[in-house]
Write a protein that binds this ligand. Sequence first.
Ligand code: UDX
Length: 454
Amino acid sequence: MEEQKKQHRLLLMPSPLQGHITPLLHLAQILFSKGFSITILHTLYNSPDPTSYPQFSFHAIPDGLSESETATLDSVNLTRLINIRCLHPLKEYLLSLLSDSLQSVPCFISDAALHFTQSVCDEFKLPRLVLRTGGASSFLVFASFPLLRQKGYLPVQESRLEEPVVDFPPLKVKDLPMYQSNDPETFYKLVCRFVEECKASSGVIWNTFEELESSALTKLRQDFSIPIYPIGPFHKGLLTGSAASASLLTPDKSCMSWLDRQEHSSVVYVSFGSIASISEDEFLEIAWGLSNSQQPFLWVIRPGLIRDSEWLEALPSGFLENLGERGYFVKWAPQEQVLSHPAVGAFWTHNGWNSTLESICEGVPMICMPCFADQKVNAKFASSVWKVGVQLENKLERGEVERTIKKVMVGDGAKEIRENALNLKEKASACLREGGSSHCFLDSLVSDILSVAS
Ligand code: UDX
């Protein structure tokens, strides 16, 4: 059986954003550990580091993106261009690979955002599996965009933000996955397109688990007539490796010894992921809120996080001196390691799906501050469905920040949130064990791939 699988080469193509590259490389590691050979096809923009994965082959698909495009375009517009410009280069690559290859190529696995790969795979009669790196609950909302538009919920209107979205309890209009850009139509079209091409695929692999999103997964199985494989959380299902090796930035590990010096469950870890940005005013309100809360904190200030600011220069003089050892700043953290450190008591997150799952896996309560897209749905689920966090609902203002931190760390409801988080952590771990849901779905995925190959 293992020998049989080694003859099979799987082609995997990530969308070139950190939150997408990491789960795809993790999936590749999982499938490699099941005996498949792996080739990662990647754009030149944000190309992964092949030296971290000597067991894989890497092949660049020219994306035609200029430096000024990658410097100025947002992720939606970059994705739109990649879907256009990678089409011919991918066809050329497959043409030569499939005519020469001594190994069988049973399927192509692409990120859902790379919808162009469906038509290419159809042309080569190559089954395409989709990796959806976000959650199933948010995907269900994406899949209903035309309906939400028809019912007048989209485009989102300021005057209706507090209205419930009838078909999607407990979501309100403000929780709908919108993208802050001058061009909401491009986002709408991209979403509709990637949902359509998921439906046309041979199956969708999800970095989630059945017990976490059972109602969304059940509904997706009814609406989509293709197999659905929830086999996450990927990073916990790996036999070797960690997120750090999939990182585009180098993590500053000095924060780990700072964490060692902090009390158990006392630290607020603050990170808003790889894309979101905040204004200088917002930065200052967060900084004052954290400082006034009296809790120690570790804050990731990624280059580009604060608009028009490089690092901490906007802080008033004396701020850092007053803070002393109680605050620690890094440009990029070894996030999984940080979340698993016993000193961490809460994660103030933007609720990107990877961060949300990583927090769940370590049983860390969340302070939810979603910025855009699926993050809003994830935050609502974390705070109102799984009840493992509190959402920063009102204006981003220092008093509100301080109150919210206290609510999660020491308030009346803090114990319940912590217990819920620990229960969910246990479920996240149980699903990966022999007989657990993700373990079983992974077995079906492997056998479905092999049945196509034979
Ligand atoms: C993007 C989208 O914004 C989000 O909506 C979608 O769900 C995934 O892609 P991103 O900002 O990249 O999200 O956040 P997230 O999904 O949380 O991924 C960030 C990754 O970077 C995580 O795996 C996290 O562990 C890692 N990270 C983050 C670090 O390793 N170090 C850090 O300092 C910060």
